[in-house]
Design a protein around this ligand. Structure first.
Ligand code: NAP
Ligand code: GLV
Length: 306
């Protein structure tokens, strides 16, 4: 069995060594143009040439949860794409979102500013019970985030395409119920895949439906949010702030207003990083399952876009 590895932005040696150790029967190599045809591919944001040349793939394994970069390419219509299914990302995501949420409700950013001036001043905090949190996307990551936020005592609303039953989560589903979901939420957490249906979803009209003094936490993709509309709602005071981990252009350009906005916290796409050992174990297990004709979790529906 031949496996081709093609990832930009990552440590190839660790992946190649790990895949060889997990699948000793396989010939694992770093892809280059003109490389021999492989049975399986392990990729992150490969170039179009990769798929133009690799025409015999039985399945492609994405080394992240989101497949938007892959689905932008010209792909064979019957290509099997498998994305990472948690692999240690859900715990990281829950930690990140809970941190951002409590930082907002307890006013920690303000106390950090005060501390820089040795200023001792107390402020009222928002109580969890009065701060409903809306989670867009109740998939592998959104579900675990919903559980973690609910465990802190926040009322939780969840929005998905199909109906989801999660204990302690008020469910909303489909485009029709989006306005009611937003109106019922003060903090909005975006954990949607980027698809034609979700691109630019968070525009001014929709963000304005959040409860006054609302807060946005975007940990999905930058193109879910219309940047200028977010800035306008912060300017008007309808939104109190935002924590943003993902951006339309990454790295976020140094002149972008998000960097210096007093109510925006920027992190460099680290809310849930791919953990190499966990991911290799998951991918190797799935390659064996595919070889044996068994189903695997995390297969992407190319028509749905996630
Ligand atoms: P997932 O398991 O596929 O879950 C996606 C969720 O979004 C599902 O609940 C799905 O509804 C819902 N959804 C999709 N399209 C929708 C629509 N048009 N209307 C309403 N709901 C819709 O994905 P995941 O593993 O949780 O990952 C989510 C995203 O997080 C990834 O796609 C990626 O972009 C992002 N991510 C970011 C980082 C980071 O470090 N910042 C790391 C990992 C992932 P159904 O349940 O009805 O299908
Ligand atoms: C990271 O953004 C991922 O999709 O895994």
């Amino acid at each position: 069995m031949r496996i081709s590895f093609c990832c930009t932005d990552t440590s190839a040696t660790e992946w190649l060594d790990g895949l060889r150790a997990a699948l000793p029967q396989a010939e694992v190599s770093l892809w280059h143009s003109g490389a021999p045809l492989a049975d399986y591919a392990v990729v992150w944001a490969p170039p179009q040439t990769f798929f133009d040349e690799q025409t015999q793939l039985k399945a492609v394994f994405n080394t992240g949860a989101g497949v938007d970069a892959l689905l932008r390419l010209r792909l064979p219509p019957d290509l099997r794409i498998v994305r990472l299914d948690d692999a240690g990302m859900a715990q990281q995501m829950a930690e990140y979102v809970c941190h951002a949420l409590l930082r907002y409700t307890r006013g920690f950013a303000r106390y950090a500013q005060q501390a820089a001036h040795a200023q001792w001043k107390q402020h009222d905090a928002l109580t969890a019970a009065h701060c409903p949190v809306g989670i867009l996307g109740l998939g592998v990551l959104g579900e675990q985030v919903a559980r973690a936020v609910a465990a802190l005592g926040f009322p939780v609303n969840g929005w998905s395409r199909s109906p989801k039953h999660l204990p302690g989560v008020q469910r909303f589903c489909g485009a029709q119920e989006l306005p009611a979901f937003l109106a019922a939420s003060r903090v909005l957490v975006c954990l949607l895949p980027l698809t034609p249906d979700t691109r630019d979803l968070l525009n001014g009209a929709r963000l304005a439906l959040l409860q006054p003094g609302g807060y946005l936490i975007n940990v999905a993709r930058g193109a879910h949010v219309v940047d200028e509309d977010l800035l306008a709602l912060l300017e008007s005071g309808h939104l109190a702030g935002a924590t943003l981990d993902v951006f339309r252009t990454e790295p976020l350009p140094s002149a972008h207003p998000f960097w210096t906005h007093p109510h925006i916290t920027v992190t460099p796409h680290i809310s849930a990083r791919t953990l190499v050992a966990e991911s290799i174990a998951q991918i190797a297990g799935k390659i064996i399952a595919v070889e044996q004709g068994q189903p695997v979790r995390g297969e992407v529906d190319l028509r749905r876009g996630y």
